[in-house]
Design a protein. Structure first.
Length: 155
């Protein structure tokens, strides 16, 4: 019985250490953002409150609009903040304009309204140190009707 437990533990560590490669890491970050946006869109609709996404160079946070009009972290029982690994870069376009993530304030760049509508945005994940033409890029895009798309793109 002890041998089986040890074999199970060793197998688990071996599976966790095997990665899908660099493209898979970018794809995972894009899927994570898409899932969080979708979750918070649904919560905004169900709760009738406005939510927002504040992007920064190192990651993003999901906020909710308080009763007094101040932005605050969303409910504590949901995933509200994600820090990106240091080697992954994030670029953001809101309504077809590039956003400088170095100078972000305390306001969200993307709104998730209780009606299901969102601010149009495109978030692109890439490797910070790879600027070649064949470098992998993954994007998450949202339109004004709240529809999301995610996937690999080419330069």
């Amino acid at each position: 019985m002890v041998v089986l437990v040890l074999v199970g533990i060793i197998t688990s560590f071996a599976l966790l250490s095997v990665s899908g490669g660099p493209r898979e890491r970018l794809a995972e970050e894009a899927r994570r953002l898409a899932a969080l946006v979708e979750l918070h869109q649904q919560e905004a609709i169900l709760s009738g409150e406005t939510r927002g996404i504040q992007f920064g160079r190192a990651g993003y946070a999901l906020l909710s609009l308080g009763e007094k009009g101040e932005w605050q972290p969303a409910a504590a029982n949901t995933l509200i903040r994600h820090a990106l690994p240091e080697d992954i870069a994030l670029s953001l376009w809101v309504e077809d304009r590039a956003v400088d993530l170095k100078t972000t304030g305390k306001l969200p760049q993307v709104l998730l309204l209780a009606s299901g509508e969102t601010t149009e945005f495109v978030a692109v994940f890439s490797f910070a140190d790879d600027h070649s033409l064949d470098a992998p890029l993954y994007r998450v895009a949202g339109d004004a009707l709240g529809r999301l798309t995610a996937g690999e793109v080419t330069r």
